[in-house]
Every structure is written in C-alpha cells, then in structure tokens.
Design a protein around this ligand. Structure first.
Ligand code: SAM
Length: 217
C-alpha cells in the first residue's frame, strides 16, 4: 500500500542556501526565455514545478526519512532542474525525459551548474540524463484514461538503457499533469520497491510524499 508521509508545516519557509537560490533563478530565466520563443513549436507537455518548494521537500526527506538507497529518478525531467537539486541534496540522480530538445536543455543546466554542484558539501555525483519513457514496459495498462499526457510516447522505456529497474530507486519524483496523479501513484505502487519514497509536486503549495509499505492496498 501507499502510506502518506506527513510534511511539517512551514516547510516552505525553511532556509535555502544562496547557491540553490542562484541555480533556481538561473534555470527559471532560461526556461522563460525558451518558452517566450515564437519561432519554434512549444513543448506543451513541459511545465516547470516550484523548484524551491520541491528542494525544501526533498531536503527534508533526505534529513528525516529512512531511504532504501540514495538512487533518485525524476520522471519527465524537462530542464533537469530537479534532477540537479536532487544531486545537491546528496542523491545519486537520474532524469528521464522523452523530448530530445528538453534533454539538450537539461544537459545545459547540468553543465552550467556542474562546478556549483561539486562545491556543495555532501552533494551526489553529476547527474545522468536519459532520453526515454519513464513508464516501465506494460505500465500503460494501469491507466484508466488512455488520453493521459504521460501515455503514448513512442519511445522505448528508459530502464534497460540505464541498467536499473524502477524498484532499484530509493526515491522517485514526478510532476503529473492534472488528472494523472493517480496513474503515477499506481505505477509507483505497482513497480517500486517496498520502502521506496515518491515525491509528487501537485501544483503550487501542494507537495505529496508517499512510502510504499507492505499491507493491503
Ligand atoms: C509537467 S512537466 C514536469 C517537468 C519537471 N519534472 C518539473 O517538475 O518541473 C512533465 C514532463 O514530463 C515529460 N514526459 C511526460 N510523459 C513522459 C513519459 N512517458 N516519458 C518521459 N517523459 C515524459 C514531458 O515532456 C515534460 O517535460
């Protein structure tokens, strides 16, 4: 079953290091410039989360929760800002994304902020980005609505090329589109390891954290 992990009140007011502020500011500027371009098609599936709030939540999870391991994966990493922030928290971080242009943008984020990451005490290794489908093979059948934005990406599931399965990750993050949070939770519930933690950004001021535990679902 999925057991909710209650987040402390005031989490979004916890202090944020200067270098994290700087990186988030820089990433947001690049995203705005990218989305303002009128001379190329927009990637409508990409919308950025509230990076500072996600960082505060991930840091709290890192400090307060037992994790199976420190392997982190971002489902649909876009500009890879959260993939980078997960490494800043200390995790061994991988981002999966289906859109090639977003993989390129994500690689730029990682190279722009590589030295900053390396200077953060306790940070994880330089993250890895993988172009592919974050859904494990066969998981589409868990969706009750075949039109969900996470479905129908004509690209191979990423896990074979990473050499890891969903149940090898101690922590998984996603920002589902409205109406597909249940589906992401079903996939996590079906494929993650017992004890794994899922962090969901559900919208402004709404983070949800789950642990997969034994018991009736
Ligand atoms: C709502 S955006 C979230 C971006 C980022 N995770 C964040 O929190 O700011 C969803 C991202 O997931 C990607 N995506 C959606 N479905 C996918 C799939 N099945 N496999 C890989 N990437 C997917 C989209 O291209 C988009 O970049």
């Amino acid at each position: 079953m999925l057991t909710p992990i209650e987040l402390p009140s005031g989490l979004d007011t916890t202090e944020i290091p200067t270098e994290i502020h700087a990186m988030v500011h820089g990433a947001k500027q690049r995203i705005e410039a990218f989305q303002d371009r009128w001379d190329r098609p927009q990637i409508e599936l990409f919308v950025a989360a509230d990076y500072l709030h996600v960082y505060q939540t991930m840091r709290w999870v890192a400090e307060s929760q037992m994790l199976n391991n420190s392997r982190f994966v971002e489902w649909g990493c876009g500009f890879a800002a959260i993939t980078w922030l997960a490494a800043a928290v200390g995790w061994d971080s991988i981002g999966i994304e289906s859109e090639p242009e977003l993989i390129r943008q994500g690689e730029t984020t990682l190279s722009d902020w590589q030295e900053t990451l390396a200077a953060i005490p306790g940070a994880g290794p330089t993250p890895e980005l993988v172009r592919g489908n974050f859904l494990p093979e066969g998981s589409e059948t868990l969706a009750e609505d075949p039109t969900l934005p996470s479905l129908g990406h004509s690209i191979e599931s990423a896990y074979a090329s990473i050499g890891l399965d969903v149940d090898d990750f101690g922590i998984i993050y996603s920002y589902p589109w409205p109406g597909e949070d249940d589906f992401h939770e079903y996939v996590f519930h079906r494929y993650a390891a017992y004890g794994a933690v899922m962090v969901l950004f559900k919208g402004p001021n709404e983070m949800r954290v789950w642990r997969k535990t034994r018991g009736r679902s």
